[in-house]
Design a protein around this ligand. Structure first.
Ligand code: 9YT
Length: 134
């Protein structure tokens, strides 16, 4: 069993900062789980373009307001507390944060720890042992 608090993560190397968000990585591959779980805050007024080619992600909003633009279908979805979306088709998307937007994110395969988006908004596929595969 792993018991961990957000307070244990903040300002550690599990608190990964990007230009438009910070991602507090509560569970990572090194913890032995086949998924990672993040408590992520997207900054008010930001827009983040993403394309998770190597992972499936489920996202559950717990605070804030925003909009999700599905770039595959051109649909726009309101994001507010209680709304879930999952990128089960590796959809390209843009997330606009009207306010600070706090999201619980689950990735499979699990992120290793310090992944940051490349120019396409993609995370590389890394293993906990340290070998990258794309
Ligand atoms: C909601 C979302 O996908 N934000 C981008 C950051 C990512 N989910 C992460 O690393 O926590």
């Amino acid at each position: 069993m792993i018991v961990r608090s957000l307070d244990d993560i903040v300002d550690t190397d599990r608190d990964v900062r990007a230009p438009t968000f910070h991602s507090r990585r509560l569970l990572l591959a090194g913890d032995g789980t086949p998924f990672s779980m993040h408590d992520t805050v997207l900054h008010a007024g930001s827009s983040t373009k993403m394309w998770y080619r190597n992972h499936l992600e489920a996202v559950y909003c717990i605070e804030g307001r925003g909009a999700l633009h599905d770039l595959e279908t051109d649909e726009i979805h309101r994001i507010e507390p209680g709304v879930l979306y999952t990128l089960d088709g590796h959809e390209r998307h843009v997330l606009d944060a009207d306010t600070d937007l706090r999201m619980i994110c689950v990735f499979t395969p699990a992120l290793v720890g310090d992944e940051v988006h490349d120019a396409d908004g993609t995370y590389p596929l890394l293993s906990a042992a340290g070998e990258g595969s794309g």
